[in-house]
Design a protein around this ligand. Structure first.
Ligand SMILES: NC(=O)c1ccc[n+]([C@@H]2O[C@H](COP(=O)([O-])OP(=O)(O)OC[C@H]3O[C@@H](n4cnc5c(N)ncnc54)[C@H](OP(=O)(O)O)[C@@H]3O)[C@@H](O)[C@H]2O)c1
Length: 332
């Protein structure tokens, strides 16, 4: 089968190549999925450039321990392990593999634990199903852990990105008053998505404003958490999310540690996680089909995975970046 194989760390176009490899053999509790679409997430580009360097021990010192990236998947069941009874060959499914999968989802076939898949509703396209998993489940967890509800004043930093576009729209559906932070190009876009207020970070810093929020979901970590918590209302909740975009030796790790320390000392800090369970996947699918939708920036063919990753590495993707199989590869 064909897969996008990573040879070392560096620029996507230098280290990713479409290569013929052996397909994975599913374990007893796994499902072999013929991939129709997958999407690019932060862990993918971070492992491709090999940053933060501090995590190289975990990723693999000189090259990644596992050469095929990708976790989100939507596709057709090809075969099932001996202990899997819920799916059969031909079922359309979606979900996510594991970060340490032997073969990730940037491939024609991938093996995924059955517990991390559900049947794909017919009303959900393969592209949207693949786009929603990691970002949508993280956003779902964020609005849950922060107890977002009617009247909650919520600020989403990085509102135009993969997690942000889901979080903004989920919070609006829960009745929150949402402020989105983005660059000039996305001001009208966020208004169209339903943001009540938009802060253009090229003109003003939200951390310097007078507005106060019950919840701040920070997907960018471009400000010190000590500054960010100043815009929280009394009993406000900070949800720091992710590694930030700085790269280098530590990327967002010091800011995450700083936020954790503030959580111990004086601030209500809660952590969002991408919890891939069947229940959560089902809830996400219902939300999306029920009108939430998916914001996709661009769909690239698998062969152009390097360009797709590079596009995301620019840190200005609007919603999700998707990789889809060309029709000829679907039954190859
Ligand atoms: N907890 C988990 O399990 C989990 C799961 C998935 C992701 N994450 C984390 O979530 C974070 C966001 O991921 P993502 O997939 O949403 O990223 P993304 O799609 O790459 O985010 C891109 C967006 O970031 C915005 N942005 C760039 N610089 C900004 C700035 N200075 N201020 C405000 N917005 C800015 C851009 O908007 P403009 O073009 O308008 O600048 C763009 O729309 C990452 O750090 C990731 O590690 C965590």
């Amino acid at each position: 089968m064909r897969a996008i194989v990573q040879s070392s760390y560096g620029a996507p176009e230098d280290v990713l190549a479409l290569t013929e490899i052996e397909p994975p053999i599913p374990k007893d509790d796994e499902v072999l999925v013929r991939v129709r679409a997958t999407s690019v997430n932060t862990p993918d580009w971070a492992t491709i450039i090999g940053q933060p360097y501090l995590l190289r021990g975990q990723m693999g010192l000189r090259c990644p321990r596992r050469p095929v990236r990708g976790t989100d998947v939507a596709g057709i069941v090809e075969a099932v392990g001996s202990a899997v009874s819920e799916f059969r060959s031909g079922d359309p499914v979606f979900g996510a593999g594991l970060d340490d999968a032997r073969v990730g989802t940037f491939a024609e076939l991938t093996a995924v634990p059955a517990q991390r898949l559900i049947l794909k509703p017919a009303a959900l396209s393969f592209e949207d199903a693949a786009a929603c998993v990691m970002s949508g489940l993280t956003a779902l967890d964020a609005v849950r852990v922060a107890e977002v509800g009617p009247g909650t004043r919520m600020l989403v930093n990085g509102a135009a990105g993969g997690v942000g576009t889901f979080a903004l729209r989920m919070a609006k559906r829960l009745g929150a008053e949402v402020t989105g932070v983005c660059g000039t190009r996305n001001v009208n876009f966020l208004r169209e998505l339903g943001a009540d207020h938009v802060v253009d970070y090229t003109r003003e810093e939200f951390v310097a404003g007078d507005a106060r929020y019950d919840v701040v979901l920070d997907n960018v970590l471009n400000h010190s958490p000590a500054k960010t918590v100043r815009v929280l209302a009394p009993r406000g909740i900070l949800v720091p999310n992710g590694m930030g975009i700085s790269g280098g030796w530590f990327s967002g790790l010091p800011r995450m540690a700083h936020a954790a320390l503030l959580g111990v000392l004086r601030t209500d800090v809660r952590w969002a996680r991408c919890r891939v369970t069947r229940e959560n996947l089902g809830e996400l699918a219902t939300l999306i089909v029920g009108g939430l939708g998916v914001v996709t920036d661009r769909v690239f063919p698998l062969e152009e995975a390097a360009a797709a990753v590079a596009h995301m590495l620019g840190h200005h993707a609007r919603g999700k970046v998707v990789l889809a199989m060309a029709p000829s590869a679907r039954s190859a």
